[in-house]
Ligand binder design. Structure first.
Ligand code: ZN
Length: 265
């Protein structure tokens, strides 16, 4: 069975031209993070929010979570008024409290009951809720510690495995796991000249992709404007030259992953 990977957004927090915030949808049902542009992204592909059955959070920066109240409010009043559709939510410890507070800030007293009906899992490994063919491992990565940053390895019952780095700079936790993953979704939040250890840049993606030639790297959460956008670039729309096992994602890119490899559709 093939796994479908669909990039609903591919930009960093600053929304480069032609990109929504980075957002990955797996098999039309699992979302990794829920950025401010999440509901817009779902509308753009005509996928009802009620079809989501698991959301997996990497960390608590706004560009990864602030879309959550809108997706839940939409389910409550539009696409799942009866509350019949299941939703599992995975995240680091304190996930339920954080997201409940966010919903309460956005729409006071409106979502309390609905949030109680969801399945919450703050454990660091196990089965993905409502997706019996998937297991996950969540691990700490190199990013602002105030937002409890993590990455995920997701393993399908067919044996295929996929890493999502979340937001992170190069670190042992990622490097030690990359070699056993078929595909790694990696962020490229900053250009090489920005002095930070908390994001990958073109140079550090070059390094990790050359050290792991059998793994395919899908670059998202990028600081670069999309070359296909007709609008004037904010930073630059010239993509760096990276090895053939690296694909720099655009919004809307879709792939099927199966035992023959990763194929763009
Ligand atoms: Zn972040």
């Amino acid at each position: 069975m093939a796994v479908k990977l669909e990039f609903l957004g591919s930009g960093n927090a600053f929304l480069p031209q032609g990109r929504f915030h980075s957002l990955l949808l797996i098999n039309d049902s699992i979302l990794i993070d829920c950025p401010p542009t999440a509901l817009a992204s779902l509308r753009r592909i005509e996928l009802s929010p009620s079809k989501l059955n698991s959301i997996m959070f990497t960390h608590w920066h706004g560009d990864h979570v602030f879309g959550f109240p809108f997706v839940i409010l939409e389910r409550k009043w539009i696409s799942d008024r009866s509350g019949a559709e299941p939703l599992g939510i995975h995240g680091p410890k304190g996930c339920k409290a954080r997201l409940s507070a966010l919903c309460e800030t956005a729409y006071p007293s409106s979502m309390e009951e609905r949030l109680k009906e969801f399945d919450w899992d703050e454990g660091s490994n196990g089965n993905i809720l409502n997706n019996p063919k998937w297991k996950f491992e969540r691990f700490a990565v190199e990013h602002d510690t105030e937002v409890d940053p993590h990455g995920y390895v997701l393993t399908h019952s067919s044996g295929l495995s996929l890493m999502h780095t979340g937001d992170s700079g190069p670190c042992e936790a990622i490097e030690s796991r990359v070699g056993r993953c078929d595909v790694v979704v990696i962020e490229m939040g900053v250009p090489d000249h920005v002095p930070t250890s908390q994001h990958y840049s073109p140079k550090s993606i070059l390094d990790i992709s050359q050290s792991n030639p059998n793994t395919i790297f899908l670059v998202t959460h990028t600081f670069l404007d999309d070359p296909s956008s007709p609008l004037t670039a904010i930073i630059s729309n010239v993509l760096p030259k990276l090895p053939p096992n690296v694909i720099q994602i655009s919004d809307g890119d879709k792939f099927l992953l199966d035992s023959s490899g990763l194929n763009k559709v």
